[in-house]
Structure formats: structure tokens, C-alpha cells
Design a protein. Sequence first.
Length: 204
Amino acid sequence: MAFTVAIDGPAAAGKGTIARAVAAHFGFAYLDTGLLYRAVGAKVTEGADPLEAAQALRAEDLNAEGLRTQAVAEAASRVAVNPQVRAALVDFQRAFAARAGGAVLDGRDIGTVICPEAQAKLFVTASPEVRAERRYLELVEGGHEATREAVLDDVKARDARDSERATAPLRPADDAVVIDTSEMSIKEAVAAAIGAVEARGAKA
């Protein structure tokens, strides 16, 4: 039987870590939908048309190298405001969500647009300052040059783009469980998420 877990939230809130842990706990398949936009963004940085890149996207494109760079993240955020790009990627996501055996999808509009009928919906968030610090440390550990001020500015700019876009703006679904990870450890956040999914009927 299909059981869909929709996990939304802003950048660096911890939703990817939580989504992977939830998927592993319940034995569900996992899709980081942000990778779809990063893969399209990467193609755009190489000169591709955004819509054509989205329409031609294949599963193996999600394994391309360099999808986690800051440049690709910014390109992904820009293409994500394009309604045609979003529409082109909807079928890919919905097909994944409907697979037998359960699925966890994380992104910006999973519970509101992609899978409004998902059995469990979570909205994972944290303050911009906490998310910027996490992102800064991640970049530095990865060998990238960054400043805390620039990363915070980028986080706030992405939040504005994501929440103010006309198509599928970032917001919690009406029936989503909100988890603020600002002062939570990873273990605490994962436990809260698993508990919320179990409360909706999922069994490990």
C-alpha cells in the first residue's frame, strides 16, 4: 500500500536529514525534490533553456556531480519560480509519491501542491540565523569560501523568493505538523518527525 510522507520547509532547516531518517525508519523510498530543481539549475548554468531542461530531466540526472554547490543552489532557486518548470516536474514527483511500499518527499510545496492527499505532512523550519549558521558551517567544511553575513543574506533572499512566488509559495499545509528545529538536536528532531508520522498511521 502507498503511504506518502510530505516534508516541506525552508533551506537548511534540517528537512533533508529528517526526511532520510524517516524514510530509513519506515523502510520508505526517499526523494529530495530539491535535487530536481538543482539538476535543472545545473543545466541552465551550462546554457540550457529552463523549460527544456525540466521536460528532459531523467532520474540519473539527480546523481550528477556538483549539484550541491552554491551556484547551482542559486540557479535552482531562480528556475523554481518559473511556473512552467514547476508544472513539468509535477508528474515526476507524483509518480514517485504513489509507489507501493511508501515514499517520503521533501521540498517546498509537497504537502500543498504535489501531494495534498499525503497521509502525513510535516513542515520543518528554524530561524534564519540558525539556518544560516548551519549552511555556513556546511560550506566551510566542504572547502568553500563563505562569510556568515553573505550566507545569512542568501538564506533571507531564498526565503523571500520561495514564499513570495506566485506559483506554489512556500507555506505549511493546513494539516501539517510544524517542527521548529532551532533549538533541537538532530536526534530530537528525527524523533519528533517519526512520532508525527506514526500518529498518522505509518508502521515501521
